[in-house]
Every structure is written in C-alpha cells, then in structure tokens.
Design a protein around this ligand. Structure first.
Ligand code: AMP
Length: 400
C-alpha cells in the first residue's frame, strides 16, 4: 500500500523548468549516525547482477511516467546521438561478439568520450541496460556501472528501494525534489542525471559515470593535496557553485564525500540530496557533517533560520582548508567543541600553507555571510590565477 503511494507520487512527478523558477531550492541536510556501510567497490570485474533476473517483476517496461516527457526535454534533442568513428567501431565490435567483462572494461575506460553524448531520450527501463560491477553503496541503495545496450553508453545506475525510502522520514519527498533539481543541471563539474525510471519496488537513476570515484578516497590516500591540485579543484568547485547559484540552487552539503571525480580527475559535484551516505569516518559517528556547517546553520534555533547561498561559500573555505591541511579547520573530537569553534571562526592555518591560499581561506571563512568572498572573486583570486589556466572554467582541462 505504502509502496503504491510512492509509485503514484513518482508517476505524478513533474520537472520544473530550470529558468522559469525564481524559487531558491535548498537541499535538505540529512545527517546520519550509521556506520554499517560496506563498500563493495573492491569486488573486481564484471558480474551479472540479480537485477536482471528481477525483470519478471518489472512494470517499468510498460509504465510511461509523465515525467519522462520532461526527461526528453531535459536531454539535448530527440535526434540520434551523433556517433564518433570510435563509437561506431565499438558498436560494430559489440554486435559481432558476445559481451565480455573485457569489453565492459574497455568501454569503461573509453566512457569519457561519451560524456557529451548522453543517451538518446526515450522511455527507459531496466532491460535496456547491461549491469556491471558495483560502484558503491549508499544508505538507500546501490550504484552499478551500466551500459545502455543500444548506444553502448556507459553510465552509473543508482538503484533505490522504495520500501527503504519510506522508512526515512521525508526521504521520499527529498528524492523526488532532488531528481527534479539535478535533471535540470548541465555543468562539466556537476554529476549529470540523465534520466530515471521505476518499477514496483525500485527507483533507478541514470547517472553520469565518474570514472575516478570519490574525491574523499583520493584525499585520504594523499593525506593532503599539493597547492596546484587543490587550487584547480577549488576553481572547478567555484565554477560549479556559481552555476548552481545562478540557477537558484544551494547545495548546502559541500564536503569531500559528496564530490566524485571524472576520468580525467575533474570534479563532479554529486549528492543532491537523496544519498544519505554514511562514510566510514569520524563524521559519521559524530552525527553528520558538522565540520562543514557554517555558523549561521549551527546557531541554536537555527532550524527556522533562513540560509542563503552564502552557506556554500563557507563550505568552500572549509574544503580549501581540508584539501591543503588534510583535516577540517574546526575539527575537535567532541561535537560541541567543533560547534563552538565554528561559531567563532576559530581556526589556525599552518604556516606552511602559502600566503595566497591563507588569504583565500580567511576571506571565505567569515562569520557574516554577506562578507564572504563572492564566487566570481574566488575565480579571480591570486591563488587560483597562479595555479589555473583560467579560474574555474578552463581549470577542468588543466587537471588532465
Ligand atoms: P551514493 O549512494 O550516491 O552515496 O553512492 C554510493 C557510492 O557509489 C559513492 O560513494 C561512490 O563510491 C559510488 N558512486 C555513486 N555514484 C557514482 C557515479 N556516478 N560514478 C561512480 N561511482 C559512483
């Protein structure tokens, strides 16, 4: 019964026009204390997941969501996807041989060449996808590498279980809203949502495949990033956030765990709300991501406060600090202490951080939201200029 209700709601879902709305979307902050996640990304190779065998129960092949008309609109055109010679080659090869794990691995490596050639708009259903290795696991579902059989388009398929969404209060609404928001976003540093479909039990999100996985893992591995790399990441973040803010979208949950990396090491902001991911780190056990919260959001009674897009500037400052230092600026073992330090913007930047980087951090981690450095000035800040071809937009290429 509950499942039917959710299904009905998804069928009614409409996609808002990205330009027509002046409403400011705010991402609902979801904090979590769970630590039981087990990432399965270590599992090598391709395997045929049980998803395919569940096709018998699938209603999606016959269900036409009204929102799919909007998906057609959101994708560039209803014309055939332009085919590169390499792609034609690959299709020929695919037709003449049975699919193997090697093949998917090759396709995976080449997937970046399809980045600008999204799936031909159509009514999606599970049978259209070949499912590959698991990419990761979030609180409400799993993400798999997938290939659209017709076009060979490589993507990530996120599977959310409706029954699980219903257990988290407000999660279902959050999923719906975030699909509406993310499917309207087109920026090289924002993970694309190409489309979605559902069956009786699950919701499937067709996402851009981020070939290098989580930025967080890279940061933990390297401990901290060299300044040139950090500057290029921050430039890309600034470019993406500027785009979001122009679209009246506040991310509100900027942190390394919510950033994926494309095949060239470029930033892909992800997690526009539905993924209540509990990474295996200190933040998870300390009830969410307090470290990245701006002072205006942690003040007592702040639940009813009005936040504006300047919250993302604060988080960008925290991110810059963490990239360069290896830990968040207000880190304390106990949450109330972190909170107190955030409320006072009480931080020390190690002296080995460059003068320019210190300057940028200090201009972003400012208590009064209105006094934080605007994004266009982040993009032209001397630290960014020093390390990037051009603040933000061309920095994407510079990371290759
Ligand atoms: P999420 O439920 O969105 O937190 O995803 C769980 C994990 O799956 C992430 O932490 C990533 O490791 C992986 N993942 C999610 N989306 C993608 C994607 N589009 N490309 C590659 N890996 C992904």
């Amino acid at each position: 019964m509950a499942s039917r209700t959710l299904e009905a709601r998804f069928e009614r879902m409409s996609v808002n026009d990205e330009n027509g709305e002046s409403r400011m979307y705010q991402k609902s902050k979801v904090t979590t204390t769970t630590t039981q996640l087990s990432h399965s990304t270590s599992r090598p190779g391709l395997f045929k997941v049980a998803l395919q065998s569940q096709n018998a129960n699938t209603v999606s092949a016959t269900v036409t969501l009204p929102s799919q008309a909007a998906q057609r609109k959101a994708l560039p055109s209803s014309q055939p996807v332009p085919q590169s010679p390499a792609r034609k080659e690959k299709e020929k090869a695919t037709a003449s041989s049975s699919r193997s794990s090697d093949e998917l691995a090759v396709a995976e490596r080449k997937s970046d060449s399809y980045v600008d050639q999204p799936l031909t708009p159509k009514l999606f259903h599970l049978g259209m996808f070949e499912i590959g290795r698991p990419l990761g696991k979030g609180k409400f579902g799993r993400v798999y590498l997938a290939r659209e059989r017709n076009s060979n388009f490589i993507c990530a398929l996120k599977v959310l279980y409706k029954s699980e969404l219903q257990h988290g209060s407000g999660v279902e609404k959050q999923v719906r809203r975030e699909i509406e928001i993310q499917s309207n976003l087109r920026h090289p540093n924002i993970l694309k949502l190409y489309g979605h479909f559902h069956d009786s039990k699950r919701i499937f999100l067709i996402l851009e495949f981020a070939g290098k996985g989580e930025l967080y893992k890279h940061l933990r591995k390297e401990n901290r990033f060299p300044e040139w790399k950090a500057a290029q990441y921050i430039a890309q973040m600034a470019s993406a956030l500027r785009y979001l803010h122009r679209k009246h979208v506040i991310h509100r949950d900027i942190k390394p765990e919510n950033i994926l990396m494309g095949i060239h090491g470029e930033i892909k902001i992800s997690d526009f709300g539905w993924s209540v991911h509990a990474p295996k780190n200190r933040r998870a056990t300390l009830c969410g991501t307090l470290d990245y919260l701006p002072p205006e959001m942690i003040r007592s009674g702040s639940k009813d406060n009005y936040y504006n897009e300047k919250v993302d500037l604060w988080s960008l400052g925290v991110l810059t600090y963490e990239f360069l230092v290896g830990e968040a600026p207000f880190y304390e073992e106990h949450a109330p202490l972190t909170q107190r330090r955030i409320a006072r913007a009480d931080m020390t930047i190690p002296e080995w951080v460059s003068k320019e980087a210190k300057d940028l951090i200090r201009k972003l981690l400012v208590l009064d939201p209105e006094d934080r450095l605007p994004l266009e000035e982040v993009q032209t800040h001397p630290w960014i200029i020093k390390h990037c071809v051009k603040g933000g937009d061309r920095a994407v290429k510079a990371t290759k």
